[in-house]
Design a protein around this ligand. Structure first.
Ligand SMILES: *Cc1c(COP(=O)(O)O)cnc(C)c1O
Length: 393
């Protein structure tokens, strides 16, 4: 079933064995990307046959990294709706679509990445998984580890939205609250991995989460009749989805599945209080600087530096895309507008893409006739503050 052949360093192209647990390239300190026999896929895999399988991310299994499907750990992730947002489109003056990832298990698109990573870990015999998280990845790991009969340990900032802590604990994960950001949680996880037998599924330091996220690119292509939209706005933290979709488009082209190989312009949207990608992009830099004092209500975007910063920046540039920062006030206003105009109660990260769209329309960077996809990466319900003691709920 899976056409996976090897893993490849994103920078030096060295090959790694996918039958062994792998992390990242030790020479380049860079992500490993799964590679498939796409020639064989082109000859033997029919895109319409995959489209007819039961719904969900694993219907793309030839292009997914698990060799034996009995190892797949699934909660029904993927095949999320692509909503044509007509009211919003009329209001802002563009052809707007919302890819609504809020309907995934655990309420965010982190489900896709963790379903892939947990499944592959299970296939490789790993049973103890650990993660540093800004919140939602921890919740997804906890759920998929429980579903796979595995142990999970989650390190998250102490000020992560409370539903994230709760969802981890209820699924039986060990939760450690960290005084600091995801980068500090990452350091503690690296120490713990040295001392105890845990396998880290930290963003891009583990090769398979990106494979779950790339399926968003396949779904978009299918939904648009095997053509791609003109612009994709993606709220960027670690950049898994952005790098993953860019990889997906190259794979679809190699498979010969696209009616038109014109690629979308990829846009990274970040919060003004943590915008390392925006800064590096506009400076023309190949890498991001660590963003000091990261602060935003969009907790998933509180990532001071991504391990895949080079891959994010090169996807933006190859696609002739851009990067834009929006304030928390603009995010909050966009969140209300999305809910009132389209009934989508978006996570602040998802709402940030609408705020970004407005800026790019105002700047003339997006034209009114272009098809634009906003990624709502999670449900706004996961960000509701706890009721104050004594308050009526
Ligand atoms: C993690 C997260 C993001 C950022 O995703 P990356 O692929 O890591 O850039 C955006 N939105 C939400 C809701 C998240 O949980």
């Amino acid at each position: 079933m899976s056409l996976l052949t090897h893993l490849e360093c994103a920078r030096c192209r060295r090959a790694f064995d996918p039958h062994l647990p792998q992390t990242y390239c030790p020479d380049c300190q860079a992500p490993l990307l799964p590679r498939y026999d796409l020639q064989k896929g082109r000859a033997e895999v029919d895109r319409e046959r995959l489209a007819c399988r039961p719904r969900g991310m694993w219907r793309w299994r030839e292009l997914m990294p698990v060799f034996d499907e009995r190892h797949i750990v699934s909660l029904g992730e993927g095949d999320t709706p692509l909503l044509h947002a007509r009211h919003l489109g009329e209001r802002v003056g563009a052809q707007v679509y919302i890819k609504d990832e809020a309907v995934n298990p655990t309420g965010t698109f982190k489900a896709r990445g963790l379903s892939a990573a947990v499944s592959k870990a299970r296939e490789l015999g790993q049973r103890r998984l650990i993660i540093p998280t800004a919140g939602n990845a921890g919740g997804a790991l906890a759920a998929y580890a429980a579903r796979g009969g595995m142990q999970a340990a989650v390190f998250m900032p102490a000020d992560t939205p409370w539903p994230n802590r709760y969802e981890c604990q209820i699924a039986g994960a060990q939760v450690t609250l960290v005084d600091g950001l995801i980068s500090d949680a990452g350091r503690l996880v690296a120490e713990r991995v040295q001392q105890e037998d845990w396998f880290s599924v930290s963003t891009f330091k583990e090769p398979y989460r990106v494979e779950g996220k790339k399926t968003m690119g396949y779904e978009l292509a299918q939904a648009f009749g095997w053509r791609l939209p003109d612009v994709i706005l993606y709220p960027t933290g670690g950049g898994t989805g952005l790098v993953g979709m860019w990889k997906a488009f190259a794979e679809l082209e190699a498979l010969g599945w696209l009616e038109d190989t014109t690629r979308p312009r990829m846009v990274a949207v970040q919060a003004a209080g943590c915008a390392p990608v925006v800064q590096a992009f506009h400076r023309g830099a190949a890498r991001c600087d660590f963003w000091e004092g990261a602060q935003t209500m969009a907790s998933g975007l509180r990532v001071p530096k991504s391990f895949a910063d080079m891959e994010i920046l090169s996807a933006l540039r190859e696609s002739e895309g851009t990067a834009v920062a929006v304030s928390d006030e603009e995010i909050a206003a966009a969140q209300r507008e999305l809910a009132a105009a389209e009934g989508v109660f978006a996570a602040p990260e998802g709402a940030a893409t609408l705020a970004g769209l407005k800026k790019l329309l105002a700047a003339g960077w997006i034209r009114a006739d272009e098809r634009v996809v906003l990624f709502n990466t999670g449900s706004g319900l996961k960000y509701i503050p706890p009721p104050a003691t004594g308050e009526q709920v």
